[in-house]
Write a protein of this length. Structure first.
Length: 374
């Protein structure tokens, strides 16, 4: 039985007018995720089990956040939908309701060495690279690299602000930027502004992940980089990741990583000649050993930490000016990261070629060689 109204364009059925019962509670997110086809949408599950779905053309984003982040009581768990827009000629996508978000992602945009209007900040060619810092623009260096590869980017925002709300009621806006490769098997996430965990006492800035098949929900491996790492080293890691056919190919051996650093003058550790290398000044080190907690990997052994049983081995790199001194930067690669990719990072990090800098790190400034970039 069908009822038709006197106004044109409207009709309904008796079944639609019945009282309905709705299930309370979160339900199953798969009921929603199953509506998105792999041909038209990318889906990524990050290390916090948050699910990100975006359309191939970058105009639609849907996120599932099952749990609020510790200490982030301002964000309710559940779904978040945002219309995403791309401006002609732009390199990144921004969430339309939050046009001012970019300033929070990169607090000192005027420090970008590629910007010609830098009268107050002279540029220098600086070495050694592993102590040269990130020039205060680690996000821009990596994001510009990914944009050059044709990776899609989108911004997720946690929190909300009203124009007339009082200061004490104002919520904290936190965000991440997710970059996804065209084949959806590689992605990089900027997490510095969203309460990341720490390595060597420093917050994670970039997390890079890959999977063997785009239909898989979880990453096969992840690599983590703190602030302070030279952006050139992360960019070279990403370049190798982007051009490799199989992002999970483990054909190379650990010797490949050590050789990449040794060719630039780094010394192999006398106690671990097949697992570690360091700069001759002992300020930076690269080693294969047990990984710290929270490093995500598809290897089931990475989740088993019982008693005195050692965890899985993976590559780590860090810089410190002396024994017991604070870390200048740190990087960790989960156990399944191909050695060939780590070798690309090690080769760039240990390179003797100088890098362009306008902002020199205070901690290692006295150990740097600088020449004006005329």
């Amino acid at each position: 039985m069908t009822f038709a109204s006197t106004s044109s364009g409207f009709s309904t059925a008796a079944e639609s007018l019945k009282v309905r019962t709705w299930q309370l509670g979160p339900g199953q997110p798969t009921l929603v995720m199953d509506q998105f086809s792999a041909e038209d949408f990318h889906m990524v599950v990050d290390d916090r089990a948050d699910v990100h779905v975006n359309s191939m053309d970058g105009r639609f984003y849907l996120g599932w956040f099952p749990l609020s982040r510790p200490g982030a009581a301002w964000f309710m768990d559940g779904w978040r939908f945002e219309p995403v827009s791309r401006l002609p000629g732009s390199k990144t996508m921004s969430v339309a309701p939050h046009p001012a978000l970019g300033g929070a992602l990169y607090p000192n945009p005027q420090l970008n060495p590629s910007t010609p209007n830098q009268g107050a900040l002279p540029a220098y060619w600086v070495g050694p690279r592993h102590l040269a810092g990130d020039d205060g623009c680690l996000y821009d260096v990596v994001a510009d690299t990914l944009a050059g590869f044709g990776w899609t980017s989108l911004t997720t925002v946690r929190g909300r602000r009203e124009l007339d709300e009082s200061l004490e009621d104002r919520q904290v806006l936190r965000s991440t930027v997710l970059h996804i490769s065209p084949d959806a098997r590689r992605w990089a996430q900027w997490t510095l502004s969203d309460e990341p965990f720490h390595l060597g006492g420093l917050p994670i800035a970039w997390q890079i992940s890959a999977r063997s098949d785009a239909s898989k929900s979880l990453a096969d491996w992840s690599a983590y980089f703190t602030s302070g790492i030279p952006g050139e080293a992360i960019a070279d890691f990403l370049l190798t990741l982007d051009v490799c056919g199989e992002p999970t190919d483990a054909a190379a051996s650990p010797e490949t990583v050590l050789d990449a650093a040794s060719v630039h003058g780094w010394l192999r550790d006398a106690d671990q000649p097949h697992a570690a290398a360091m700069h001759p000044t002992f300020t930076s080190r690269l080693g294969l050993g047990e990984l710290p907690p929270l490093i995500q990997d598809a290897d089931p052994c990475a989740l088993i930490l019982e008693g005195d049983v050692p965890g899985v081995a993976g590559w780590q790199a860090w810089a410190e000016l002396g024994a017991g001194a604070p870390c200048l930067w740190a990087a960790s690669f989960s156990s399944s990261v191909p050695h060939g990719l780590v070798a690309a990072f090690a080769s760039s990090l240990s390179s003797t070629a100088p890098v362009l800098r306008r902002v020199l790190p205070e901690s290692s400034r006295d150990r740097l060689l600088c020449a004006p970039a005329c």
